[in-house]
Design a protein. Sequence first.
Length: 61
Amino acid sequence: MDDDFVDDTIIFLVKRVIMPPGRWVLEQFGERRPSEMASLFTGLGFWAFVVFLVFALVLGW
């Protein structure tokens, strides 16, 4: 497998899937221009929370 393909896939996921929800959450809390690092970590937290909620729904908690 080509390393460029893996790198491009990871960059695409980070830029298009992880960071936008993180940026949106930070904007809801009043941050006008969230940094990329803050968006990244907040987006990771957002998706972890979503996975936890789905897991809890599946288990019927």
